[in-house]
Write a protein that binds this ligand. Sequence first.
Ligand code: HAM
Length: 420
Amino acid sequence: MSNVSFEAPRGMRDFYPEDMAWRNRVFDAWRAAAERFGFQPYDACVVESLALLQRKSGEEVSEQIYAFQDKSGRALALRPEMTPTLARMVAARQSRLHFPIKWGAIAQCFRYERMTRGRKREHYQLNLDIVGTESVLAEAELLGAAVQAVRLMGLPDDAWRIHVSSRALLGELLAKAGIPAAQHPPVFMALDKRGKIPDEEIAVLLAQAGLPQDAIDAAFRLLAVDSLEAAAALAGEDSPAIADLRALHALAERMGYAPLLRFDIAVIRGLSYYTGIVFEAFDAQRRFRAIFGGGRYDSLLALVGGKPTPAVGLGFGDVVIGEILRDALGEACPVPRRGYAVGYMTAAERDAAVALAARLRAEGHPVDLALLPQKPKHFFSQAGASHARHAVYLGPDDIAKGVAQAKDLDTREAVPLALA
Ligand code: HAM
């Protein structure tokens, strides 16, 4: 045993207190934004049946599943994403739920990824989903909630953008280019790999999907369409997909985040179940993979045994945003000072310190009570490095007077604090 090094498995993270400060900043913003936008919390176990999670559609995520057999031989897995679980849970209660529903969860997910900065083998994901409406206001609300979360984390709007497109639009354009609808799913999966693998390999995938050379050329040409106007010119002004994208933009203007949106036809998404508007957020310099991603998936409920039901959702990971926040705000997470640090000079003042801590805690303040007597210098330097707002140090004179000094660790001002 003595020679074995016990490190967290590759790609899995430990969270020391300084890491938890960042994680809490992200989770607190997620929870606050989800609540502000009316999402109801839900949760489920990280272990799922493998059959629910695996899809035979050429998605990367299906190849990255941590799968295992339990002692009864059941084929199980650690979930790589939350959406199949959500779909299963909704389908199981479909006749009792009042649609549309808006549900939110912070879910730990596992993927056997090739690791890069911002990609681990385990991550937490805020999932927000709206099930039971075709209204594009659902997309607008989802994006509004994600924008709210990023703003609460303290990242300025000019540091990131949301790239938006639509699989329905790309489907219309592919059909106009003579590529039949049956071939669209493998074409989406192949085109999504743009930038990750060379174009020649994508061309091979498209040929394997049954596309002749002129259709392959047409598919690549579509990815060069660089504005919604250009896409509208190709799709026709009566295109329902263009109407949805325009409606989303108009709603985003009313909700105050339209400047963050960019039309980007190359956003396709690597998951097979999306059917309509899709989006991915990136840092402005495109140094990282996506901050969050999602879209409309109107067929998934039916695939897990439910009635066909429109749905739209997003997954927002903690890893990429964590890296971006550290770059923008500094290595140490800015945590607002709260509560009290209470110390004392000798064992004789200990009981008074314990009583003071008990009183302050009963009033609702967080209190870090020293476990041993300390010299004042030592106590104040420790309190300064902690997250306490006030430091109270009890010596014999304070006990005699029945009044201590609560020193504000930001302003250095001291205010009297009665001990009784
Ligand atoms: P996804 O794009 O696979 O979508 O993941 C969503 C987000 O999770 C990514 O943008 C990223 O922030 C984070 N993420 C994914 N994989 C990793 C990883 N290996 N390491 C760190 N972060 C990662 C989905 O999972 C969909 N189920 C989202 C969704 C919900 N669509 C509809 N509802």
